[in-house]
Design a protein around this ligand. Sequence first.
Ligand code: SF4
Ligand code: SF4
Ligand code: SF4
Ligand code: FES
Length: 926
Amino acid sequence: MSLIKEQDYGTPARSGEATVAVEIDGKQVRVPEGTSVLRAASECGIDIPKLCATDSLEPFGSCRMCLVDIDGRKGSPASCTTPVAEGMKVRTQTPELAELRRGVMELYISDHPLDCLTCPANGDCKLQDMAGQVGLREVRYGFDGENHLDLPTDSTNPYFDFDASKCIACSRCVRACGEVQGTFALTIEGRGFDSKVAAGAGGTFMESDCVSCGACVQACPTSTLQERSVVELGMPNRTVLTTCAYCGVGCSFKAELRGDEVVRMVPYKDGKANEGHSCVKGRFAFGYASHPDRQLKPMVRERITDPWREVEWEEAIGHVARRMLEIQARHGAGAIGGISSSRCTNEEVYVVQKMVRAAFGNNNVDTCARVCHSPTGYGLKQTYGTSAGTQDFKSVEKADVILLIGANPTDAHPVFASRIKRRLRQGAKIIVADPRRIDLVKSPHVQAEHHLRVRPGTNVALINAMSHVVVTEGLVDREFVAERCEDFADWERFISAPEHSPEAVEEITGIPAAELRAATRLYASAGNATIMYGLGVTEHSQGSTMVMGMANLAMATGNIGREGVGVNPLRGQNNVQGSCDMGSFPHELPGYRHVSDDVVRGTFETLWGRVLDPEPGLRIPNMFDAAIDGTFLGLFVQGEDIAQSDPNTKHVTAALSAMELVVVQDLFLNETSKFAHVFLPGTSFLEKNGTFTNAERRINRVRPVMAPKTGKHEWEIVCEIAQAMGYPMKYDDSAQIMDEIAMTTPTFAGVSFAKLDEVGSVQWPCDDAAPEGTPIMHIDGFVRGRGRFVLTDYVPTQERGTRKFPLILTTGRILSQYNVGAQTRRTGNTAWHPEDVLEMHPHDAEVRGIRDGDTVALTSRVGETGLRVKIDDRMPVGVVYTTFHHPVTGANVVTTENSDWATNCPEYKVTAVQVTLRHPAPAGMV
Ligand code: SF4
Ligand code: SF4
Ligand code: SF4
Ligand code: FES
């Protein structure tokens, strides 16, 4: 595909039913009320020159390039700041206007370096375009006057430069940082001729609050803000539309290439999840795909103490098949299994579960969602009948109150966080339930109405108390409940009991009763209230109970089934929704249908030509236990570093060491591959051809930018292993795999690569009833018929602070790194987060004699690790926090095997620990 250049309409689209008819240069056009003249002209094919206007930003009216004449109006108003009016007659091209525009351009050009031919933006510069468009032939002011040509370049950001000498002070970058990203890191300092862009308080980009989202680079009309990759590699000349492979927001990108080399990733305006915005990971951190650490050849070894031996694909695949069959012959069909990856495409995941079920002959397949959002699947299925969030991201634009629980979107789901922040600036309110004071509690232009500093492990007591207030203060939406729900009376009796009152649980949750009551009243009496949540909900021993508790609260207040409301998991990995949809759990076939269902199993048996096991298989923790017991000996691990990401590392590594065959399919040798006998090199997202499903159930295309560097697609490898084990499994391409998914899985019935190429993306269910997909679920009724109220007893976790381990450790993510860091640690992102640190309240530090920067021992009852301390009062007293991005820290060495009662999701968020000083920080660090 040649380079895609999206049309810039100059100002944002306006929505609304009322329209206005105007005439521009003799052309009639009808546009929504509030549309600018500049945009109306652009929509009917008339391109008015512009510099300070772009359609991702509200009009500003500073450059005076877009002047027009309007019948009956004096002077020549700026078309970007002038809204259309009924019957308006506009002229965009007259000799007088041309003269005015040329005059403006002369001023700009007289203070601009004349290095177009060597400028990296040559051919992609709005200033250059405008000079051509207005027919600039001379600069009457000359080039010798006062100018900015000696201003320095700020190269502190690892990915882009700020060459101040080229700045035309249009303020697009400043406005993008505020309006699009919501960080407000940039300002225009000074006035008139002295105006200049400043990052933070006049320092560098790296010293400022900049989070390197790239919105300013995107908005800059000149090469003042320019990706360094463009400077180094030259302007790209072709585009491939694809999807970010980091988080569950699922941003669409234009991969822009020069030849076969990716020059830059540019967020795609038509991408429905991101609408042209990005974060530092998707925008800039793609270099890992060509990192020299990547292993591109298969490798085999007999024992994990042997050196690796590079082999051809045929030998590696034959070795895996032979050893798996040998294990089954000696220990039975159930002695082997597989783990699928939420990093991989739907098609790659589908073939893994098919291989396990049809070729291995058991249901021993699980996925990394086990350790993150399995309680979401369980809880929402029990209450609403479907294992997924209820809304699309855009829905938040209609929310009046956002209840955010156990999620930190500005770090983990940054592009969605920007949408939330925009909605807050428009007047919506936010309630944050989180032990830490995250950015959405307080940051520029953000101030939460309530910060409920819930003690780790007590979420269910919190949500029950909120529901108690709703029921006892007359805040129930009785009509909604009567029409749409069941089992309400029992639940009402249960939740009204005094032990659920805010006063009764104040001691447990740590939240003052009056504050909890006020927050609940705000949520329950909002026009539209929405719940967003993350792993701070699910990764608990009562994760599933909490999901059902939130579902109860939303139903009781009628906040389900329309825009602006709902219960929405913010999924961590790019395809965690998809890997669950594809039947990666040991009890469910694709589409969340139980393996014991004869009809469903029959569909697959007919198509796959094998009798399938009606009994659920082993979950990941059961696989580990069985390995230690000597009954589970062969494991295929697709793209997941379980030795680093799963809890209680000692237990995991003991299990892996006990197995006879561990097969790892991944990009890099990792912690798990230390225990592997076969390493099968995987493909990066730039080589994949398939689909990812994001947190809003949106199925996005992932298109290959290049052929697999390993010589094989991951789905081909899985098919070849199955075939070598005697099960015929073959597809011509990944589109054919999606066709099989659509054929077998009702919620995907209308999905095909051709459909996605035509419409961009769809949200499942996508079928005959909803051929374009389903943005909002449960509109006319719940998927299960009636929404079910479930009793949610609060059962305290067994993990408590003791004298020996008096602090509670909770874990999370940071913006610049991603999960176990295998990708982001191999990019420039390490500039922001070179190591995991332990955040600690000043009081907890002081009583232990610990200072900022000291190295401490972090000890729990299962293990110990060491890391540096960051003293921060955004932590509450008694709680410490760290991330898990660096293997050297091994944060999961200390996390325990406690897990959710329903799904075994580990209780990462609550570990009793002690922190003791190991080494004081070197002088100068404190
Ligand atoms: S990169 Fe993003 S956060 Fe940084 S200054 Fe630009 S817009 Fe603001
Ligand atoms: S850096 Fe670019 S966007 Fe910002 S004011 Fe200068 S020219 Fe405009
Ligand atoms: S928000 Fe998520 S999907 Fe979007 S660019 Fe960032 S990491 Fe990628
Ligand atoms: S584009 Fe309208 S004033 Fe700059």
